[in-house]
Design a protein around this ligand. Structure first.
Ligand code: NAD
Ligand code: TYD
Length: 336
C-alpha cells in the first residue's frame, strides 16, 4: 500500500517519536502530521530535529474536533497516543480509559468520517496477560486476559478497532509490541528509570524478587515492525512484534550497573507491584513472515541506549526535575 499523508498520534512520546524519525528516513516524501496532547510523557524535544519536516498539532485524540482536524486529507493514521505506564494505571485508571478506550473510539470515528484509507492501532503484548509458569509464546489467536487497568484499556481499544473494521468496513491493522526501550523513553519504565537512577547513584528498585521476565525490543525495531505492518499487514489482522528475548528485572539491573561501572549494591528489592505479570513473551513469526527483520539484540541495543542517556543528560535531567516525575517517585516508590 502507498501513503502520502500520514497522521501519527502520540508522536511526541517515546515510540511515536522513534517512529516519526524512522518514517522520515524510510519515506522522505511523506507528509507527516503529529497529533499529540503533550501530557507529562509528550516532549517536543523528541521531535526537535525534524520539526521543520512535519506538521504538529497539539490536541487530544478523545476530542472529536482535534481528531477530525488532524485526519483531514490523511491516507493513514497510526495510533500511538496512550497512557502507557502500568504503575500509573494503578494510581489513576480513569485517565487510561479516557485516552486509550474513548480516545481510540473518537479517532476511529474521525477516520471513518474523513475517509482515511488505513487505521493502525499500536497495541501491546500485555493484552494476553501473564504467561508465568508456562513456556508458551503468545500467538495472535490467543484469548485476551488483561490483568492491569493499562492492559485492560488497551484490550478494550483493540476490540473497538476490530469492531470498526467489521461494522463499518474500515481498513484496520493492529500491532502487539513487546516491552520497548531506546532513545527518548520517559524515565518511568524500568530501563530508562534504572539508567538514570544509576547515573545519579540512586537505588534501582526491583519489584518483588526481580525475577519477572519481559521480551525487551529496541524502539528502532518496534518502529520498523509497525511500518511493515502498515504497508503489508492484512486488513483486520493483528501482528505480534517482539525480539525473542526473555530477560528478568535482575538481569536488566545487572547489565546497566556493569555498563556504568556502578556497584551491585544499588539493587534494592522493594514491595512487589500489585497484580504483577511475571512473564510476557510473544511469537513474532507472523510479522517475520511479512518480511520483518530486527536490527538489535538486547546487549547491543542496551549499550547504545545507555550511550544515548549518557550523551543526553540535559534531556532526562529536565524531565526528572518536573513535578510529574517527582510526584511518581514520591507516591509510588517512597517507603516501598
Ligand atoms: P509514551 O507514554 O512515551 O507516549 C505517549 C504519547 O501520547 C505522549 O506523547 C503523550 O503526550 C501522548 N498522548 C497521551 N494521551 C493523549 C491524548 N489523549 N491525545 C493525544 N496524545 C496523547 O508511550 P510509549 O511508550 O511511546 O507508547 C506508545 C504506544 O505504544 C502506546 O499506545 C503503548 O500502549 C504502546 N506500547 C508501548 C510499549 C512500551 O514498552 N513502551 C510496548 C508495546 C506497546
Ligand atoms: P515496566 O517497564 O513498567 O513495563 P511493564 O510493566 O509494562 O511490562 O516494567 C517492566 C518490568 O520491570 C516489570 O516486571 C516490572 C519491573 N519493574 C521493576 O522491577 N521496578 C521498577 O521500578 C519498574 C518501573 C518496573
Amino acid at each position: 500500500m502507498n501513503f502520502k499523508r500520514v497522521v501519527v498520534t502520540g508522536g511526541a512520546g517515546f515510540i511515536g517519536a522513534n517512529y516519526v524519525h524512522y518514517a522520515l528516513s524510510a519515506h522522505p516524501d511523506w507528509q507527516i502530521v503529529v497529533l499529540d496532547k503533550l501530557t507529562y510523557a509528550g516532549n517536543l524535544e523528541n521531535l526537535e530535529s525534524v520539526m521543520n519536516r512535519i506538521e504538529f498539532i497539539q490536541g487530544d485524540i478523545a476530542n472529536p474536533v482535534d481528531a477530525r482536524k488532524a485526519l483531514r486529507g490523511a491516507d493513514a493514521v497510526l495510533n500511538f497516543a496512550a497512557e502507557s505506564h502500568v504503575d500509573r494505571s494503578l494510581l489513576d485508571p480513569g485517565a487510561f480509559v479516557r485516552t486509550n478506550v474513548e480516545g481510540t473510539l473518537v479517532l476511529l470515528e474521525a477516520a471513518r468520517q474523513e475517509g482515511v484509507k488505513r487505521f493502525l492501532q499500536v497495541s501491546t503484548d500485555e493484552v494476553y496477560g501473564d504467561l508465568h509458569g508456562t513456556d508458551h509464546h503468545s500467538l495472535e489467536t490467543d484469548p485476551f486476559r488483561p490483568r492491569s487497568p493499562y492492559s485492560a484499556s488497551k484490550a478494550g481499544a483493540e476490540h473497538l478497532v476490530f469492531a470498526h473494521g467489521i461494522s463499518h468496513g474500515l481498513d484496520v491493522v493492529v500491532t502487539r509490541g513487546s516491552n520497548t526501550y531506546g532513545p527518548y523513553q520517559y524515565p518511568e519504565k524500568i530501563i530508562p528509570l534504572f539508567i538514570t537512577n544509576a547515573l545519579e547513584d540512586k537505588p534501582l528498585p526491583l519489584y518483588g524478587d526481580g525475577s519477572a521476565v519481559r521480551d525487551y525490543m529496541h524502539a528502532y525495531d518496534h518502529a520498523s515492525g509497525i511500518d511493515l505492518v502498515l504497508h503489508r499487514g492484512g486488513s483486520g489482522e493483528a501482528y505480534n512484534l517482539g525480539a525473542r528475548e526473555q530477560i528478568s528485572g535482575v538481569q536488566v539491573a545487572d547489565a546497566i550497573l556493569a555498563a556504568l561501572g556502578k556497584p551491585p549494591s544499588l539493587k534494592q528489592f522493594v514491595t512487589d507491584r500489585p497484580g504483577h505479570d511475571y512473564r510476557y513473551s510473544v511469537d513474532p513469526a507472523k510479522a517475520e513472515a511479512l518480511g520483518w527483520v530486527r536490527r538489535y539484540a538486547f546487549s547491543e541495543g542496551l549499550s547504545e541506549t545507555i550511550r544515548w542517556y549518557l550523551q543526553n543528560r540535559a534531556w532526562w535531567q529536565r524531565v526528572r526535575a518536573k513535578k510529574e516525575h517527582q510526584s511518581l517517585m514520591q507516591t509510588w516508590y517512597e517507603g516501598r
